[in-house]
Design a protein around this ligand. Sequence first.
Ligand SMILES: [Cu+2]
Length: 284
Amino acid sequence: MIGLKKSVLLYENTDINMKRLFILLITAVMFYHCGNDNTVNTPNDPADYTKIYTAETGSNKIDVYSKTSTGFIYGYNDIAFKVFINNAEQNSGYVKFKATMYHGLGGPNHSVPVSPQFNFNSDENLFTGYVNFIMYDTAAFWIANFNYNEQFTIDSSAFTLNYSTRTKIAAWDNSQTERTYFLTLIEPHAPVVGLNDVEMMLHETQNLQTFSEISNAEMFIRPWMESMGHGSSNNVDPVNVSPGRYKGTANFNMAGEWFLYDSIKVNGNFITRTPTPKFTLEVN
Ligand SMILES: [Cu+2]
């Protein structure tokens, strides 16, 4: 009992350090996985969902589908659900999905950015949305909680996460706003010489348990080829297209390694810090 209280207090007092540790872990994981790539092939057909996992309790069942890969992967995942109650498929309402990462038994845990709710999409006949697995660690384990329409829940369903380099993620703290930001580069995942569609998501969190989509940001991108010391013209700054999601265009006018910088303003103030967050891309 005393031990439990102590550990809770310790956690509260070290919340800020916990965030720093988290940012460090992300960076370490990124470096660790250089040259250890396990990229999973992705379906070409954008409408193609693959069933990757089933969670069930009693007579309630949720099938999990992905459009991004054949399993959950590090980074951005377009996912969807089918819901069954007593084998009857449900076609209304919503699913809430929460994924939690545990860094070892009794170790720190945190959640990840995810659609606030997965509404039923009658075109796809699925409850559609996204989840953004912002960390990968072979020593960690993951559990999911599902809630269908406040009618039933499936709790603590374990799943596995595969590594992938498809998505790039930048994270930083801002001491003025007292938030941690996550910028996720969804496209281009295989950049080519010339104009590339850029798609990103932006989230903020205060506690690493709840993440909010930021939809009112202004973004200013700058491609930069460091080895030759030049940028490019004809870039289009990403603009908000749906909750938390931004689309624009980046011009990589030569093959090789490029940085894609993104300076971001919210309510007229820069939330990005120096150095400006950047993604490193190999352009072919
Ligand atoms: Cu983690």
